[in-house]
Design a protein around this ligand. Sequence first.
Ligand code: DI6
Ligand code: FE
Length: 411
Amino acid sequence: MPPSSAASLWINAKLATCDPGQPAAYGALHQHALLVRDGRIAAVLPQAEVDPAAFDGAVHDAGGRWITPGFIDCHTHLIYGGSRAAEWEKRLAGVPYQQIAAEGGGILSTVRATRWLDEEELAVKSLPRLKALMAEGVTTVEIKSGYGLTLEDELKQLSAARRLGESLPVEVAATLLAAHAVPPEYAGDADGYVAHVADNIIPVAARAGLAEAVDVFCEGLGFTPAQTRRVFEAARAHGLKIKGHVEQLSNLGGAQLVAEFGGLSADHVEYLDAAGVDALERAGAAAVLLPGAFYFLREMQKPPVEKLRAAGVAMAVATDFNPGTSPFASLRLAMNQACVLFGLTPEEALLGVTRHAAQALGRSASHGRLAAGCVADFLVWDIEHPAELAYSVGVPQLKQRVFRGAAQALD
Ligand code: DI6
Ligand code: FE
């Protein structure tokens, strides 16, 4: 969607800027205004310094409401076919996820259902999921492939993601997660599949411009550190950014690999140890916390939030929206869970879906803050205090969603 070229002024607002240059909690600025031009924030101004009557453009009165940056869901798998509700019923009856996966359920059942759909069907089926995220304030969303696991089907998923981004006022960051599971065609030959991912799928996806990053499920029931390294080497060789599903169910040192390759983020990280925290800190990589999967799988091991906080590692928060382990199209739910289950403060939860999520997507300079030069993606809220954003779920408090300077209808 092209940016609005008109200038506009948003006056009479309380800004939760989420900008580190603003020392107050939430980066708050009271009685301020936002000047927007060409889809970007041109200036953040004290209300006393603006003269709306003299402004040559649209003036929007926020009526003293809070404005935050647009929300960024930096880790989702929202394009897929089928449903895993029946599998969930089994799990509730006591069958572990690992066993379901080993029996051909789990990720591979979604792979079968996803292969069955063409690009348009996939986009149509996934559209309401993305709209649900947007209705809560998401303006940038990362979408992973990983339910195709053939060259053709991975590209199909990435193309469906691109199609959604083109049809809605939202920015889509597409990530190739071909190394999500070993497909049936390569059963018993994970190394053979990894070679196919590294030598064929990554080069073609990169040349087609369909993905900006590569992710790997580095885990006992996913790929080994050596296999992960092979995929990361191919990603680097083709100029793609690097992310990792690491230390979710065990510690394999995946975070150190992400750090070694200069990756953007290590995601899940429940089993991250002190050495992993240290590696992320030194590499300037973000930790992406995904409490939805922790909750849904009834995991017990929490990510080392205090260590991450002490080390100054940016903690992002995302939905991990996927049919197997986090079927939740709500970033506010993830914010709430991050506070209740993992011990984040409400301010950290808000930073987790704004500035720190922007960092996890390599968009620190342009996204996730209310500051001059950033994209004019922001949200006007009917709330009394920014802590409310992590406090309640399902309460319709979003008054206005602005994408690239243009106010959007909320539906
Ligand atoms: N970790 C997860 O939680 C999801 N993928 C991953 O690598 C699970 C995806 C699924 O079960 O479909
Ligand atoms: Fe995930």
